[in-house]
Write a protein that binds this ligand. Structure first.
Ligand code: PRP
Ligand code: ZN
Length: 298
C-alpha cells in the first residue's frame, strides 16, 4: 500500500453513488475493492476511495481522514453552517461542481396552511434534516420559528402532528406530493460537488489531487460535447459551419476524387439534437455522424 494516498470519500449507497463511481472510472482510476466493499484501493495511482454515508463525508474531509470528497452541496453546506454556528472553522472547501444529483432544499406546507412568504413561518414548527441551513434562512429573514431536527422521513412530520412545515430535499417532487405537501420557497439549489480538506496535505497528495481535479474538469467539460463528422458541398460550407452548435473552428478535409464536397469535423460543446441534423441536411450536409466525446484535455 502506498504511503500518503489521496483519500476520496464517496457516498456508499444513494442518489450520488452510481455517478460518483462512474466518475472514478472516467478519471482513470483502476481499483481493487476490499472484501467489505467499503474501500477501493487504486492500482494505478496512489488514490483510495472510501465508501461512507453521505452525511459523514464533510466531517471525514474536515478531520483529514479523507483528503477530498464527492458530496451533495446540501450536505456540505449543512456541516459548514453547523460549524460556523459553533464558532468553528469549516475545515473544507468546495473546489469543483460535478453537476449531477440536482435537487433543491425547499420549504413545504400542508394543504390547509397559507403561504404569504417566509413570514408565514413566524412562530411555527419546521421539521428538517437540515437544521442549520434552515436556521440560517430564518435568521436571514428575521423569523423566529422552531426548527425540529429529524434524521429522516421528514415528510411525515406534519401528518404526525410533529411540525407545521417541513424543509426537505426535493428531486422529482414525488415524496412531497405523496404526503400532500406543497413546495413553496427553495432555500438551496443543490448538486454534487468536490470538497477538499483545508488541512495541510503532503506534496504527493497535492500532486495527485491537482491531477484528479484536472481530469474531473476534462470529464465535466465533455459531458454534453459531441464530435460531429459530415460531408458538405463547398458552396454550402459557410452555412453548414454556422449551424454547428457551440463549435470552434472546424477541421475541413478534402474528399478523395470529389471536387464539390469536403468533410467537416468539429467538436460541439453542446448536445447535437435531431433538429440541428435536419437543419444541416437542409443546408446540404450529408453522411452525418455524431459521436460522444470521452475525454478532453486543453
Ligand atoms: C430525499 C428527501 C425526500 C426525497 C425527495 O431523501 O428527504 O425523502 O429524497 O425526492 P423526490 O422529490 O424525488 O421524491 P434521500 O433519498 O436523499 O435520502 P436521505 O435524505 O436519507 O439521504
Ligand atoms: Zn443522507
Amino acid at each position: 500500500m502506498t504511503k500518503d494516498p489521496v483519500k476520496i470519500a464517496v457516498q456508499k449507497s444513494g442518489r450520488l453513488t452510481p455517478r460518483s463511481l462512474e466518475l472514478l472510472d472516467r478519471i482513470g482510476l483502476d481499483y481493487d475493492r476490499s472484501p467489505d466493499q467499503l474501500l477501493c484501493v487504486g492500482r494505478n495511482m496512489p488514490v483510495e476511495a472510501l465508501l461512507v454515508r453521505d452525511d459523514d463525508i464533510p466531517e471525514l474531509v474536515r478531520d483529514g481522514t479523507c483528503t477530498m470528497g464527492f458530496v451533495g452541496l446540501n450536505v456540505a453546506r449543512e456541516t459548514e453552517y453547523q460549524r460556523r454556528a459553533n464558532g468553528q472553522e469549516c475545515g473544507f472547501e468546495v473546489v469543483q461542481e460535478l453537476g449531477f444529483g440536482q435537487c433543491r432544499l425547499a420549504i413545504a406546507r400542508q394543504e390547509t396552511d397559507q403561504w404569504n412568504g417566509p413570514q408565514s413561518l413566524q412562530g411555527k414548527r419546521i421539521a428538517t434534516s437540515y437544521p442549520h441551513i434552515t436556521q440560517h434562512y430564518l435568521d436571514q429573514h428575521n423569523i423566529d420559528a422552531q426548527v425540529i431536527a429529524f434524521a429522516g422521513s421528514v415528510e411525515i412530520a406534519p401528518a404526525l402532528g410533529k411540525s407545521d412545515f417541513v424543509c426537505d430535499l426535493v428531486s422529482t417532487g414525488a415524496t412531497l406530493a405523496a404526503n400532500k405537501l406543497i413546495e413553496e420557497d427553495v432555500i438551496l439549489e443543490s448538486h454534487s460537488v468536490v470538497i477538499r480538506t483545508t488541512r495541510s496535505t503532503s506534496a504527493q497528495q497535492d500532486y495527485w489531487m491537482d491531477k484528479l481535479t484536472q481530469r474531473i474538469d476534462g470529464v465535466i467539460r465533455v459531458q454534453h460535447s459531441k464530435y460531429i463528422m459530415l460531408h458538405a458541398p463547398i458552396k454550402a460550407l459557410a452555412a453548414v459551419t454556422r449551424l454547428l452548435p457551440g463549435s470552434e473552428a472546424p477541421t475541413v478535409i478534402p474528399l478523395q476524387g470529389c471536387n464539390e464536397k469536403v468533410a467537416v469535423h468539429a467538436v460541439c460543446r453542446e448536445n447535437v439534437f435531431w433538429e440541428t441534423l435536419e437543419d444541416l441536411k437542409a443546408a446540404g450536409a450529408t453522411a452525418m455522424l455524431v459521436l460522444p466525446v470521452e475525454k478532453m484535455l486543453a
